[in-house]
Design a protein around this ligand. Sequence first.
Ligand code: NAP
Length: 225
Amino acid sequence: MPESVIVTGANRGIGLELARQLAGRGDRVVGTARRPQKADALRALGVRVEKLDVAEPASVAAFAKALDGVPVDVVIHNAGIGEEGPDFASLPVEDLERSLQVNTLGAARVTQALLPNLRLGRRRLIAALSSGLASLERNRDGGWIAYRVSKAALNMLVRTMAAELRPDGFTCVLIDPGWVRTDMGGRDAPTTPEQSVGNMLATLDGLRLKDSGRFLTARGRDAAW
Ligand SMILES: NC(=O)c1ccc[n+]([C@@H]2O[C@H](COP(=O)([O-])OP(=O)(O)OC[C@H]3O[C@@H](n4cnc5c(N)ncnc54)[C@H](OP(=O)(O)O)[C@@H]3O)[C@@H](O)[C@H]2O)c1
């Protein structure tokens, strides 16, 4: 049955491909962009496009208002920023702050704002794009500090949401798309957005309440915390 799906940061990269594949199979997609007037590729898909900057509380409030009363089955927190950045010794703390604002607090605010919509929907699935770089146990090399910190915090956020929202039938997961050829992933990435998104959607389709709280690879295996 077609579902109503929200994809944040859907104007390029993995988010655009998520919107393309979801729309292509008949789901009702709302794709968000910070600048909808410039989101030509997203608009060309024929999906509903809404303005959203996840780091701006007023923008999140306006987005929620635009969707007032609309049932939503699935929210995919895809919007994110990430770059290698300087070593810790010269890291501006503002870089940490910005990454947390977008990657962590963005997902928190958008989830809170959309809980009423998710309660109106059937699936009650929340998926957040995390990263292998979020792993505490696999981090031996350093680098990407702001990104790692913000995605590790996102992992804890979603893991906690999963526990608290389980009685209400919500499935909340983290999913690592792999190293994907986008503006963020760069040209050397081995995986195309098409491949990654194909794998992720197959994984998300198969999730049940018992899977809530998992950190998954795109192919649905357990990722290292
Ligand atoms: N590519 C990889 O190898 C890889 C690996 C692991 C995890 N991921 C994760 O996968 C997700 C998508 O990555 P990607 O490679 O597709 O990145 P991308 O090509 O850089 O695209 C990022 C998207 O996020 C949006 N965004 C950034 N800041 C935002 C904000 N404040 N509010 C709303 N939207 C914002 C961007 O919008 P603008 O165009 O307006 O900037 C863009 O649509 C991210 O969460 C990323 O961390 C990617």
